[in-house]
Design a protein around this ligand. Sequence first.
Ligand SMILES: Nc1nc2c(ncn2[C@@H]2O[C@H](COP(=O)(O)OP(=O)(O)O)[C@@H](O)[C@H]2O)c(=O)[nH]1
Ligand SMILES: [Mg+2]
Length: 708
Amino acid sequence: MKVYEQSQVRNIVLVGAPGSGKTTLTESMLFEGGIIKRRGSVEEKSTVSDFHEIEQERGNSIYSTCMHAEWHDCKINILDTPGLDDFVGEVLSSIRVATTCVLVLNGQQGVEVGTEIVWNRVSHFNKPTVIVLNQMDHPKANFDSALETVKARFGSKAVTLQYPLNPGEKFDTIVDVLKMVMYRFPNTGGKPQKLPIPDSEQQRVQKLRAEVIEKAAENDEKLMEKYFENGALDEADVMQGLRIGFIKGDIYPVFALSSKSNMGSGRLMGFLGEVAPSSLDIPPEQTVDGQMVVCDPKAPLTIFVYKTLVEPYLGKVNFFKVCSGELKVGMEIVNATTGDTEKINQILIMDGKTRNVVDRMAAGDIGALVKLKNTLTNHTLHAKECDQIIAPIDFPESKIQLAIVAENKNDDEKVVAGLRELHEEDPTFKLEYSKELKQMIVSGQGELHLDVGRWRLQHLYGVKTTYVRPRIPYRETIQKEANSMYRHKKQSGGAGQFGEVHIKVLPYHEGMPKPEGYSIRKEEVIDLAWGGKLVFYNAIVGGVIDARYVPSVLKGILEKMEEGPITGSYARDVCVVLHDGKMHSVDSNDISFKIAGSMAFKDAFLQANPLLLEPIYELEVMVPEDLVGDVMADLQGRRSSILGIDSVNNYQVIKAKTPLAELYKYSTSLKSITQGRAGFSCKFLEYTTLPGDVQKKLAQEYSSTKVN
Ligand SMILES: Nc1nc2c(ncn2[C@@H]2O[C@H](COP(=O)(O)OP(=O)(O)O)[C@@H](O)[C@H]2O)c(=O)[nH]1
Ligand SMILES: [Mg+2]
């Protein structure tokens, strides 16, 4: 395969709402680039991009896939990404290595909530962006109204370079404002006939052309002067101004096409080849200390792993971008994170599942490596003489969590090992054994995301698992003061045990005064690992308890707080005054005082009007106007309080406070209420009081399982 120099390489990432047609557009571009001889389709499960079994099973993209097409003298690397926010990790890793972003919209609605969700994720990367209004052949295609949504969202940045003459079922003609020709496609799509623009379209096209010229002129002072002097610009000037504005992010060229009938994808590729930047033209990658890594093939080699995937038959595949220098077969390079040296035996260019081999790859290009030792996403590998580390991709926090259980208990270890590997592949998929909940908790971006994890466990590691409702991390606290004493005494056979403590508990709140009536010797403020505080006062006088036993009392209290008296949940925000007690010259020891401390705490806590707190999450739901009512009704059924509704662009954002216990399977439920037209984010906000009846029920459940 030909090796391309850096100026010839374009890394194009396709992003957009699910179903807008990214995978289909990729297929058409690969066909136009001669990589495939026949166009596959999503329906026939035959696209190059959606080649994974699970993608074909579900009928949509789950992984981002890298492919390439050769177009004139360029290598266009195409990164097709999933539209569902469940797989945002895949989108973020691909956009990171891209030089141009293609935002694909469907030609019926234009900008949808799904578009907004993706755009919110990627817009801060500030990549030059092309907007594609796809599906112009769809019976309900409406270019004008779709374009209106684009103008409403992106303002004057959106510049129309093409429009369809006849959107809808009969679609076959595009008017090109930049080239000033009309393209008429044969039924099978592909290469169009170039025709003059008819008189009937002259008024519209001239108006659009003037907009393009004005926008192009805006980006260069010389062009601006020329424009004012002559009232026009020649073709080369327009292209130059357009390119400058596009690369700066001031111009989002708008194209109209049908990827399904392959009408217009060739022209889009032409634009990407001619106008879109290579890595040389956009800001270079940065190191963790903010240094620029110049995209120069003569500089020492630095490559950045943006994605890792375990493929059946191939094993672990690391996808990388060459940030500087040139990667060659035979090189020995160092993994900056692990310190391992890796010998490069093979450099791959992947087209979905098809592998091509090259023996070198220049800065700016992207490829894949297999059989590296411990190389993972976000790792930098570099030549021995250099030591820069590329700034990692910032992956988002988890949105939802579920507890995972192996169907066969003997598979527990395999499940953990498999999940660890899944996390290494996909940093947004996380696992943790929760000591508090006593469950293996898997967390990620949505139920579908977690379901894919479960599917992979079964298909790659051969273990069947199920997801169950995760327990809720309640907290326990008290509302009034209470006193207690506990004597731990044991006289059996040899050495006895004896310890007696008298304590007072009080609710803790920030800035409270020291309890009165005691001679306090020491105050210890403990920030509890699970949030909240324990303030412990040693107010022992006259040595009734030896100073060496006091830490044991505290230890006993802390142990009880770790498994709170009402439901076994963590206790928080309590003051304890240890003010009296007794010891025995022979039988007293640490363990006796620990037990006494723990039991005294439990008794006092239960008398102090104890209270169960539940975690509340702040929820933001993005939803189109017509679905606000349905989403609100559902939220109210989930004990939510609505904080407000804001209108943002052309959708609504509902803000609410919702108990975590009510968020179980929320992403699935929201998808079904809105047919996938809404999105949400949530984060922990606070702990608040649980309704009394729920507390009573939980306390009863706990005491029935507990014997002590
Ligand atoms: N009519 C029409 N349908 C399209 C077009 N592009 C994609 N589709 C259909 O839209 C659905 C989603 O397409 P897909 O490429 O998977 O969208 P993605 O989720 O953005 O990758 C599939 O049923 C496609 O056949 C198009 O240009 N015209
Ligand atoms: Mg897709």
